[in-house]
Design a protein around this ligand. Structure first.
Ligand SMILES: [Cu+2]
Length: 269
């Protein structure tokens, strides 16, 4: 029975469809920095694997080879200067190997100077507001209607049949491909967090504080995220959708949406 379930688990784990469905690792994302963050994560992961193999390897071999039943005699020394220097220096070197590229990437992540586009993102319980600083576009972005309808108990709508259930919005954040987009994040009420894994961004939106972050998407497409800070009863109902489009399409979108006042009025109604 156990063998059978183990085998089926193994087959399930090996099939590529299952892998996509059960992705455990972080995504590589669609920006240079998300790829860099992914590489850092993998580098540190493999260091941890190697350290785990060495430490547990030595431990297990020692336990087996030097057990009492085969007549092992305990050593009677209490200090070893060589061992102490080694187990101090080696971890320091490993930490430096990890810290140098991590610091380089973190400096790049913080460098939001000279953006092509700035968007003020204000979090509300429980929706997002986007204001394009130079384009005269602003709007609220709330949970999409099909999810809202399927949400309540007894709605008689099976959420499994709702496309992108709880991960879709009425008005997505639209940005041009290949352009540096700076986000200025704040909140109107409690602490929220703007999290889009494919952009490698998870940044808190805090009332009274403006947090900065940026991204430059190298692929067009729709990227989804969620609020990642427990912000009240509808925390799970304020998803984020970023649509990356070609620069021409972005210009056209701005032209049709720049009459912001009517749009905000429309959404608030
Ligand atoms: Cu929130």
């Amino acid at each position: 029975m156990i063998r059978k379930s183990f085998l089926s688990l193994l087959i399930f784990g090996l099939s590529s469809a299952a892998k996509a469905e059960w992705a455990l690792n972080m995504p590589e994302g669609v920006t240079d920095l998300s790829a860099e963050t992914y590489d850092l994560h993998m580098m540190v992961f493999w260091w941890c694997v190697a350290i785990g193999i060495v430490v547990f390897g030595v431990m297990i071999i020692s336990l087996i080879k030097h057990r009492k039943s085969v007549g092992a005699k305990p050593a009677d020394f209490s200090h070893s200067t060589t061992a102490e220097i080694a187990w101090t220096v080696i971890p320091c070197v490993i930490l430096l190997i990890m810290a140098v590229p991590a610091a380089e990437t973190m400096i790049k992540l913080e460098d939001s100077r000279d953006p092509d586009l700035s968007v003020v993102v204000t979090a509300y319980q429980w929706k997002w507001h986007y204001k394009y600083q130079d384009e005269g576009v602003e709007f609220y972005s709330s949970l999409a209607r099909p999810s809202v309808d399927a949400r309540p108990l007894g709605s008689e709508i099976d959420p499994n049949n709702v496309e992108n259930y709880l991960l879709d919005v009425d008005n997505p954040l639209v940005v041009p491909k290949g352009k540096k987009v700076r986000l200025l994040l704040t909140s109107n009420d409690v602490v929220h967090s703007w999290w889009v894994p494919d952009l490698s961004i998870k940044k808190d939106a805090i009332p009274g504080i403006v947090n900065e972050t940026w991204f430059r998407a190298r692929e067009a497409g729709t990227f989804r995220g969620q609020c990642a800070e427990l912000c009240g009863k509808d925390h799970g109902y304020m998803p984020i959708v970023v649509e990356v489009v070609e620069p021409d399409a972005f210009q056209a979108w701005v032209e049709t949406h720049s009459d912001s006042s009517t749009r905000v009025a429309q959404v608030e109604k």
